[in-house]
Design a protein. Structure first.
Lengths: 339, 209
């Protein structure tokens, strides 16, 4: 690791005052929570922050339940704590599944929900610190487009970057019209979660709309009663502890066999957490059976572009959506409620 | 303010494999020695900030003054000579460095010592003694839960954490919740059996008290 200075502020006010401007491409200061992304990338010299601002003195580690399914989730709640929390596990299993199906138990015990949504891509050319990469070294090009791109994105790509967003939980959180509570030196704001990430158009190094000193304090979301009928399906190279090749977060409001409302998030296939809104609209009012589910999968990947090695992600992604819809519909709510 | 290493853990005057290797690198094996010196110089660029850290390691509170870059893994192995905790991938992918931090299993390679300030760390050396093994250690022996043994301290610490978390249910759950520990010898079958045995013994002990 390159040398850095280490500071541990006692409050969010202090944290945003002392953090060095974060900038883009990992050369500026950085907030430190669980550290599972930033320390990994610092060892590779992919990011070289001159200072780390440790957030462990800030609290922000609770999940508060309000009326009508409202939740306020602190940014320093760990993935393990959230995966076990009844507000997720019992009321919106997709939010719990997406967590325990991610990373390893050791990582989930320290990685936080604030850092989780900001984790960096696993694109091998981003991580090798040598190849051209517009995300790591703006303007240098993209080695992945014509390279080994098996793991990379087919949705939301550009000629500058096809790096896939690596996380799982964000693809589930995006179903619930969540907002992100943040703070800067100028005060706080509340951002729609769906607006947080920026697709890699002109500047792939800029991944979010967060300002240079902006700290995620937590999330607000509302879980509808029917979200117990939800799942996170994750297709990967090995059965556990692997990033998604394709994943589908699905929540269904059903009237018998008829879809009242469907919400679908996609992971492993897109450059940012991806909500398949056109598919959701098409599904409303349809009778859900295998044919409908497969057609929904096809619609979700309209406009997808493969780059050779990752062409398989398009049919895999379609089938993952179909399985997600059928699995969610098949969740026996009465049985689960008794558990 | 680095504490001297605990000599009793190194076996006093006994010649240990690690002691022998250390001696060779310093005196005789020039190629390895110079490589190591260069690697250290590259990674010890001037300007690294020093931080004060207090940790309770295997029940003993100690204060350190460290380069901010020091990981918990490096502190344990290099400062404390607690070399039971292994360096594997050094990137949180293999689990060989697993220790308990305030009772919770973590990857010590991805944790800065500074982040653990004020915490209690338990390593394999703090789990049992050669005369009185922890039930998980005994169970790994009885069930052939290892072959070469390199991943074993991490496996055992992870397994102790797993039982405490309450996810050591059926075989599928044990395998899912041990996925952060890789074993290149492929001793997984014995590892799962060992965890089931130790889990049942723990349960029986708790019911008896």
């Amino acid at each position: 690791m390159r040398p850095f200075s280490y500071q541990r502020p006692a409050s969010a006010d202090e944290a945003v005052a002392v953090v060095e401007p974060m900038g883009v491409a990992g050369q500026g200061g950085a907030f430190l929570a669980g550290g599972t992304t930033v320390i990994d990338l610092m060892k590779l010299h992919v990011v070289t922050p001159p200072s780390l601002t440790d957030l462990r003195g800030l609290g922000l580690d609770t999940i508060e339940e309000g009326d009508d399914g409202r939740l306020e989730v602190g940014a320093r709640v760990t993935m393990a704590q959230a995966a076990e929390h009844p507000a997720f596990r019992d009321r919106a299993p997709v939010l719990s599944d997406a967590l325990w199906k991610a990373a390893s138990p050791q990582l989930r015990n320290v990685a936080t929900l604030g850092g989780n949504v900001l984790q960096r891509t696993r694109c091998p050319y981003f991580r090798d610190n040598v190849s051209p990469c517009n995300k790591r070294d703006p303007g240098s090009g993209c080695a992945a487009i014509d390279g080994f791109n098996r793991l990379l994105a087919v949705l939301g790509t550009s000629e500058q970057c096809i790096a896939s967003y690596a996380g799982d939980w964000a693809n589930a959180l995006i179903l619930f019209d969540a907002t992100v509570l943040t703070q800067t030196g100028d005060g706080g704001r509340e951002i729609p979660f769906a607006d947080l990430h920026v697709p890699p158009t002109d500047d792939p190094a800029r991944e979010t709309i967060l300002a240079d000193d902006e700290l995620i304090l937590g999330y607000r979301l509302t879980i509808p009663d029917w979200a117990r009928r939800s799942v996170y399906v994750k297709a990967r190279d090995r059965e556990s502890y692997a990033f998604a090749l394709a994943s589908a977060a699905v929540a269904l409001d059903m009237d018998g066999d008829t879809v009242r409302e469907a919400r679908i998030g996609l992971g492993g296939v897109a450059t940012v957490p991806w909500r398949a809104r056109e598919t959701e609209e098409w599904l409303a009012g349809k009778t859900l059976d295998e044919d409908t589910a497969l057609e929904a999968g096809r619609i979700a990947f309209d406009g997808a572009q493969g780059y050779g090695h990752n062409d398989f992600k398009i049919p895999l992604g379609r089938n993952t959506v179909a399985k997600g819809l059928l699995d969610a519909a098949g969740r026996d709510l009465t049985e689960e409620a008794q558990q | 303010m680095t504490s001297p290493s605990d000599t009793s853990r190194q076996g006093g005057a006994r010649v240990t494999r690690r002691g022998l290797l250390k001696g060779s690198a310093a005196s005789g094996v020039a190629a390895i020695g110079s490589y190591r010196a260069e690697a250290q110089a590259a990674d010890e660029t001037p300007g690294g900030e020093t931080v004060d850290v207090t940790l309770t390691i295997n029940g003993r509170e100690q204060a350190f003054s460290l380069d901010a870059r020091t990981t918990l893994l490096d502190l344990l192995r290099e400062e404390q000579d607690l070399t039971g905790t292994k360096v594997g991938c050094n990137h949180g992918q293999c689990g060989a460095c697993t220790v308990l931090l305030d009772g919770t299993r973590i990857n010590s390679c991805l944790t800065l010592a500074a982040m653990a300030d004020g915490s209690e760390v338990t390593t394999i050396e703090g789990l049992g003694t050669p005369d009185e093994l922890h039930p998980m250690q005994q169970a790994f022996i009885e069930n052939d839960g290892f072959q070469c043994g390199y991943c074993t301290p991490g496996q055992i610490m992870s397994a102790v954490g797993l039982v405490a978390e309450g996810h050591a249910g059926d075989e599928a759950e044990i395998r899912e919740y041990m996925s952060g520990n890789l074993c290149r010898c492929g001793a997984y079958k014995g590892i799962v059996e060992a965890i089931r045995q130790a889990r049942d013994e723990t349960r029986e002990r708790m019911e008896a008290t």
